[in-house]
Design a protein around this ligand. Structure first.
Ligand code: NAI
Length: 461
């Protein structure tokens, strides 16, 4: 069968691209080798981890806040197989949803793993398919760390961490990035002794410094332990236990820590195995990312690439935006992604969210800026919900007042960030936000207060 477009990979980049291509009238197919659509994000990433984060957050609320709100009585106990089932059901609903959308939009799902024998050709199994255009949306896989062998039982990646056979007593997490802190939070809330080993001196590299400090302090309050400035040298396993060896950077001393489970969360790398990129001579960077021009075309003009397989933050929504934009380009329209306004969210409690530049970046660039900060302690709704930890920090140009970035740690930060994203897309000033009526009592008032703090001052601080 000859197609206008064949997309390889059905993650958030690939499936969104397929739907938009079909909506634009292109005959579209999507190749996916997993049993279900949705890629890493839906099957073994964003969605299942959010289910476990939600369930364990409910437990945390019941254990820590219910009594104070006058809710007394039987406290919940954890039925781990049921929690796993709940998570699996959520995943199944989502992956079936994509299947439904494919049918609705008349997108063919070609089942199997694809190779690209040449421009315009996609081979799956023994069948050769033809397409005017190919989009590579094959995503990423766990980066390996020398001396650490993932067996998905005792030494796990995020995939194994989502389906441990039983709740361990102790967990060592290698890497204080997004995956380490989200999955570490899940298990800490289940009563597991969680120790995070991080190479750098701060958690979540690249994030605003004040948020990093506050975030670490709040996670420590929840029981997570951190060993900072430590490079993991290797992990050995024996009798279902793991020994992690690490070296402290400050004095080169070597230490060991024993645990039931080790989670390797030191980053991800593009997944392009088996596509045949080398024989096609498709250019890749040293980090294995497929090189593309500003319209996501590789050095072969009819082959495009998007998402985790190319440069930029490895985020589902960045891949989705690229998927929609590249579909527009293929259909002869104008596709655009504003890489300066891509939010990042960590779904711990409190949540952490950011968009735009950090204060550190502004300082380094010598950019004159002002800061508007507001603590959730001054927000009535947050106080009522025992969610007063955290703050909103808004960065604006000192002269023009234009919003340059925002950093939120606090309740629903991942949702609150979006009014700032919209404001930034419209080139708004902090005053524009400050003059916008925000309903009372909502968490979003903290965003407005931070905007007011960029001007004549917040009201409730
Ligand atoms: P990451 O890049 O976020 O963090 C990895 C951490 O490991 C870094 O802090 C790094 O300094 C540390 N590290 C590296 N080598 C080390 C060593 N030998 N010893 C100790 N520490 C070491 O990577 P992560 O958490 O694995 O996430 C992978 C990707 O998935 C990221 O790009 C992330 O953005 C994405 N992701 C996003 C989510 C979200 O948006 N909520 C959720 C999960 C993943």
């Amino acid at each position: 069968m000859a197609y206008d477009v064949i997309i390889i990979g059905s993650g958030p980049g690939g499936y969104v691209c397929a739907i938009r291509c079909a909506q634009l009238g292109l005959k579209t197919a999507c190749v996916e080798g997993r049993d279900t659509l949705g890629g890493t994000c839906l099957n073994v990433g964003c969605i299942p981890s959010k289910a476990l984060l939600h369930a364990t957050h409910m437990l945390h609320e019941a254990e820590h806040n219910f009594a104070a709100m006058g809710l007394k009585g039987k406290s919940p106990t954890v039925d781990w197989p049921q929690m796993q089932k709940y998570k699996d059901d959520v995943v199944a609903q989502n992956t079936k949803g994509i299947e439904f959308l494919f049918k609705k939009n008349k997108i063919d799902w070609i089942k199997g793993w694809a190779t690209i024998p040449g421009p315009g050709k996609v081979k799956v199994g023994d069948t050769l398919h033809e397409a005017k255009t190919i989009v590579i949306a094959t995503g990423s896989q766990v980066a390996s760390l020398p001396g650490v062998e993932v067996d998905e039982k005792t030494v796990v990646s995020s995939t194994g961490a989502l389906k441990l056979g039983k709740i361990p007593k102790t967990l060592t997490v290698i890497g204080a990035g997004v995956i380490g802190l989200e999955m570490g939070s899940v298990y800490a809330r289940l009563g597991v002794e969680v120790t995070v080993i991080e190479y750098l001196d701060a958690i979540t590299p690249g994030m605003d410094g004040e948020v990093q400090k506050s975030f670490k302090r709040l996670l420590e309050k929840q029981g997570m332990k951190f060993i900072m400035g430590a490079a993991v040298q290797g992990v050995t396993t024996a009798k279902s236990r793991a020994k992690t060896t690490y070296k402290l950077r400050k004095d080169d001393s070597t230490h060991e820590i024993d645990s039931d489970i080790v989670l390797l969360a030191t980053g991800r790398v593009p997944y392009t195995d088996g596509l045949g990129l080398e024989s096609l001579n498709i250019a890749t960077s040293k980090r294995g990312q497929i090189e593309t021009d500003s319209h996501w075309a590789t050095n072969i003009p009819s082959i495009y690439a998007i998402g985790d397989a190319i440069a930029g933050p490895m985020l589902a929504h960045k891949a989705e935006d690229e998927g929609m934009a590249v579909a527009e380009v293929i259909a002869g329209k104008h596709g655009h992604v504003n890489y300066g306004v891509i939010p990042g969210v960590i779904y711990t409690h409190p949540e952490v969210a950011n968009v735009g530049v950090t204060e550190e970046q502004l300082k380094e660039a010598g950019h004159a800026y002002k800061v508007g900060k507001f603590s959730f302690m001054g927000n009535g709704r947050a106080k009522a919900n025992f969610a007063g930890d955290g703050f909103v920090k808004l960065l604006a140009d000192k002269t023009t007042d234009r919003i340059l970035g925002a950093h939120i740690i606090g309740p629903m930060a991942g949702d609150l960030i979006h009014e700032i994203c919209v404001a930034m897309e419209f080139g708004a000033s902090a005053q524009d936000l400050a003059l916008t009526c925000h309903a009372h009592p909502t968490y979003s008032e903290a965003v407005r207060e931070a905007a007011l703090a960029c001007g004549d001052g917040a009201i409730h601080s």
